[in-house]
Design a protein around this ligand. Sequence first.
Ligand code: ATP
Length: 314
Amino acid sequence: MSAEPGAATIEARGLTRKFGAHTAVKGIDLELKRGEVLGFLGPNGAGKTTTMQMLTGNLAPTGGAINICGIDLLEAPVAAKARIGYLPEHPPLYREFTVDEYLLLAAKLHRVPRARCREAVETSKRRCGLANSGAKLLGTLSRGFQQRVGIAQAIVHGPDVVILDEPTVGLDPHQIREIRSLIRELGGKHSVILSTHILPEVEAVCDRVQILHHGNVVYGDTIAALKRSRGGSAVLLGLQRAPSLDTLAAIPGIAQVHAVSPVLFRVDFRPHDDATERLAAQAAKNDWGLFQISPVHTSLEDVFVQLTRHEEVD
Ligand code: ATP
C-alpha cells in the first residue's frame, strides 16, 4: 500500500522532546503530503535535527504522536520505518566499501526481500546518477558523490517519505545544483523533508517551509504564498540624477526610501500597492537617469531574520 497523491504521508501532533530540564521541541504539529518538499529552517539549536530524529524513529519523543502513511510510528515502528528513508547530518559511510556493497547492505537493513535487492540497488543508483559508480570505493569518491550515495541509501527501499538533514552542506556550487535537482526530482515521487541553513535553497527546491525557533514552529506556509505576500513589496532603484529622498517618498504608494549609495535606493511600497510603474514614469518625466529598477529578492531571509532575531544562549 502506498499513499495516494495528496494524502498525508507524515502527520505529527504535539511533538515534544525534553533533554533533562531543557525542552528542545515544544509540542509542534507537522503535516506532509505525497509529492511535497518541505523545507525545515531554523537557527542552530532550534530543534531541527531532534525533530527529524523523532520523525524517523531514531529518537523517542517525550510526548505527541507520529503517523507515517497512517501507521502509528510509536505503536508499529517496524512497519512505519519501512516507509521512511533518512539521510542523517553525518551519514555513516564505510570508506572501504564499494558503492554496490554499501547500497546492498542498506537494502538488506531496510528489509528489501533478498530476490529484489539487486534491482533495488540498480534503481537507486540510476536515480542518483551513480549508474557507473558501483565498483568505486566510498573513500575515493568526491563529497558530492558521497552525498549521492547517502541519498541513494535513503531511497533504496522505495520509501514514501525521504528525510534529509542538511543535504548540501560542504558541497561546491556545482554539486549543490546537482543535489538540489535530485531532491526536486525525488519530490515528484516521494514526500521530502530537508533541513538547511541556505535560504535560497528552500525557495529553489521546496513547496512549503516551516521555520523552527527555540523548539516552536514560528512560521509555516507555502513558498508560493510567501512570494505572494512579500513579492513586489520593495525595489532597488538606480538613478544617475536622483532627486531628494523626500521627493521620491512623496510618490503615491511609497512607504519609505533608503539610500544604499548616492545613485542606488531601496524603495519600500505600501502593502498591496506596487508602485513600480509610477516610479518609472516619474523618473522618465523628470529625467532622473533611471538605469535600474529591480524587485528586492530577500523575502524568505526577511521573514527568517524577523522571526528568529533574538537568540538565546543555550
Ligand atoms: P543545528 O542547526 O545546529 O544542527 P538543530 O536545529 O538541528 O541545530 P538540535 O540539534 O535539534 O538543533 O538541538 C536542539 C536543542 O536540543 C539544542 O539546545 C541542543 O543543545 C539540545 N540537544 C540536542 N540533542 C541533545 C542531547 N542528546 N542531549 C542534550 N541536549 C540535546
